[in-house]
Design a protein around this ligand. Structure first.
Ligand code: 3NM
Length: 210
């Protein structure tokens, strides 16, 4: 697994007039090193079309490509891995299906983080750090204290997520995060490349080097 600092999730609320591939091309130019297709509304055929297009783009640029929820689509397009929530397919089951592909698990409490590590997750999501409108069924913010707890307890890579913006990311980095994930701050921006570059600068200032 290639390590990362900045992980972009596709979201659906792009800046007016922008499309998925245009936005993600700019994000890669700005320094994003992992991309996740997360789309809760498209029908399977549309999802597959997006997954194929993102697989082509990410492969061209050496960017890791993860598919949220849909193990079958991840396998069909040969994505690098899948990301699963607490209520999706159990990790042990997912491992049987994806073999040595990357499996990421969303966690919202230290018990979930420890269990994911024990069961062989390759990385975990840690959030939502701050309030977010992007995830509908999200739990209350876990705050930076959960980021700190994970940084002190968990050995597999973790990525902080949820309401992370340029104006609050320093706080997350100070709590011990060396990888961050943002949706609305990246895809909703008129300057996707500039936002990504600014996130990378802040991560580097915090000591996150690959
Ligand atoms: N997962 P934004 S929070 C997709 O806590 C997702 O597991 C979360 O979007 C979690 O950067 C979240 O726009 C939404 O707040 C992140």
């Amino acid at each position: 697994m290639k390590d990362f600092r900045l992980y972009a999730i596709t979201g659906e609320n792009f800046h007016p007039g922008r499309d998925l591939i245009e936005v993600m091309t700019e994000a890669i130019a700005g320094g994003v090193d992992w991309i996740q297709l997360r789309d809760k509304t498209s029908a399977r055929e549309e999802l597959l079309r997006k997954a194929k297009a993102l697989r082509e783009l990410t492969r061209k640029h050496g960017v890791t490509f993860i598919v949220n929820d849909h193990i079958d689509i991840a396998l069909e397009v040969d994505a690098d891995g899948v990301h699963l929530g607490q209520n999706d397919v159990p990790l042990v089951e997912a491992r049987k299906r994806v073999g040595d592909k990357i499996i990421g698990i969303s966690t919202h409490a230290i018990g979930e983080a420890i269990l994911a590590e024990q069961q062989g997750a390759d990385y975990i999501g840690v959030g939502p750090v701050f309030p977010t409108k992007t995830k509908a069924d999200v739990v209350d913010p876990v705050t930076v204290s959960y980021v700190r707890e994970v940084a002190e307890t968990i050995r597999i890579p973790f990525v902080a997520i949820g309401g992370i913006k340029l104006h609050n990311v320093d706080e997350v980095i100070r709590a011990g995060a060396t990888r961050i994930c943002a949706v609305s701050e990246i895809v909703g921006s008129a300057d996707v490349r500039g936002v990504c570059q600014a996130f990378i600068r802040k991560l580097e200032q915090g000591g996150a080097h690959l």
